[in-house]
Design a protein around this ligand. Sequence first.
Ligand code: ACO
Length: 352
Amino acid sequence: MHLYRLVHGSEAREIRYDGKVVHLLKAQILGMGHAYPERILDNKELEQMVDTSHEWIVERTGILERRIADKHTKSSDLSFIAAEMALERSGITAEQLDLIIVGTASPDMPFPSTACIIQDRLGAVNAGAFDLEAGCTGFVYSLTVAEKFLLTPAYRYVLVVGVDLCSKFTDYTDRNTCVIFGDGAGAAVLGKGDSGPGIIESYLGAEGSGGKHLYMPAGGSAMPASHETVDQRLHYIKMDGNEIFRFATKIMVKISERLLSSSGLEYKDVDLLIPHQANIRIIRTAMKRMNIPVEKTVINVQQFGNMSAACIPVGLSMADQEGRLKPGDLVLMVAFGAGLTYGGVLLRWGRD
Ligand code: ACO
């Protein structure tokens, strides 16, 4: 009988197989890209739409402005721009891709998948394609799934996109939600690496019992679209912000501790923390509990609001573009979202 056991505390990704230590490959990020709409919706404009104030929004969320897609722009449009940038920066052609995974809760339409739409637009004729729905954790989930494919011989290059156009499902008469969300897309091209840079560890979780705290009631098989669902505004995001807040502050630390301890690493080893950008107070609470300083944290919630599945890849892509990352840096990404879902990825930046 063959017995597998991960050799814990080992960044080299080794498993014990039949009593012997076997060395595993790693999945590496070869290039990143991002995209967001031009149109800025600032707090002053929101003051004209709902009973809110710039001061309340800044104090309670940290958000100054967010990007909003126009009525013609779809998730696939931003995904396509981000994916082209990631391909260019990775030096990989669309034809070389074996798989495309799009993490999104706001696909162009229920079917076909947004992944299939961009597969066609990119000309990625050799790639399989599917969407993955995990709310704001969509990119972390997709990255983790991509990594597993890359550990098998048949898959060499995988494109992962995190995209959400939450503005399309936001009720701009509901002050509890409309101040939070913005639109964006981020993309990563992944390939195989040896034991140096690449994904060290990932962790996915879910707490389905909390699904009722963040959901869109209508438009699915439970409540198909009808005049009544439209009249009752059931095609918009419904959220219990306080419940999500409590969940988020607890879970971000749990994810991080699990990732670091199973890799034999500590908070002080982290060079860049990229947390999900839901609310500046959630990010600050997490940073404080992890004792990670602001200069080692990506915070862009002021500019973009909560871009859902796009927050982390946009943050990583911009950090790379701004020269905040050097080969060998330890990057910790942690997210939570509708589902409720949560997860994280720990990686060594760079490529062989
Ligand atoms: N402007 C002014 N007042 C407001 C606004 C607003 N935009 N929104 C709510 N309020 C009011 C409330 O009505 C309430 O008034 P009341 O006391 O008279 O009833 C008061 O402010 C306090 O409301 P709270 O909900 O307690 O405010 P809180 O400080 O918790 O902030 C917020 C609300 C910003 C939503 C916060 O709870 C939060 O950020 N939660 C996390 C949300 C989140 O992360 N969502 C995304 C999850 S990821 C995904 O998958 C999409």
